[in-house]
Ligand binder design. Structure first.
Ligand SMILES: [Zn+2]
Length: 144
C-alpha cells in the first residue's frame, strides 16, 4: 500500500480523495456504493494533485452545468409556489400603459399584505422566469 491517502473512483466517473480505508461518498452524486479505491498516496498534497488530474475539465464542466440547472429549477419553483399571489400582485401593480415599476410592485405587495418578499426580489424572480421584460431602467412590461 502506498500510504494513508486514497484516491477513490465512483461509478459516475468522478474521482475524489479519502483518508485511510474509508471510501466516504461521492461529492457529485452522493453515492456510497460502487466506490473503488484506485490508488493510495503518502501525502495529501499528492493526492489532491492526482485527483484534479483524474477529473478531466469536461467532467467538471458537466458538474457545474448540472448544478446551475438545479439552481434555475429552484428559482422557478419559488415563483410557482406563489403563482396565485404573483397574479394578484401583477394585476394590482400593472399601470395604465401595461408596465410595472418597483414602486407599483412595492405598493401592491403591501396592499395584499404579502410578507417575506421585497419588490426587488420579486422583480428579479419574474425577470428570471420571463414573466416580465425590462423596458427601461425602472419599468417592466408584463408578458403574460
Ligand atoms: Zn458519483
Amino acid at each position: 500500500m502506498g500510504g494513508e491517502w486514497a484516491m477513490v473512483k465512483c461509478d459516475c466517473g468522478r474521482h475524489f480523495g479519502s483518508r485511510g480505508n474509508s471510501k466516504g461518498s461521492c461529492p457529485r452524486c452522493n453515492n456510497s456504493r460502487g466506490l473503488v479505491i484506485i490508488k493510495k498516496y503518502s501525502s495529501s498534497a499528492k493526492l489532491r494533485e492526482e485527483v484534479s488530474k483524474a477529473n478531466t475539465p469536461l467532467e467538471i464542466i458537466e458538474e457545474i452545468t448540472i448544478r446551475l440547472r438545479n439552481y434555475e429549477k429552484s428559482i422557478r419553483r419559488d415563483v410557482n409556489i406563489s403563482s396565485n399571489n404573483i397574479d394578484r400582485i401583477l394585476s394590482l401593480a400593472t399601470l395604465e400603459d401595461s408596465t410595472i415599476t418597483i414602486d407599483s410592485l412595492g405598493v401592491s405587495i403591501q396592499k395584499l399584505g404579502i410578507k417575506g418578499m421585497s419588490a426587488q426580489d420579486l422583480i428579479e424572480s419574474l425577470e428570471a422566469s420571463s414573466i416580465i421584460l425590462r423596458k427601461t431602467n425602472d419599468t417592466w412590461s408584463v408578458l403574460q
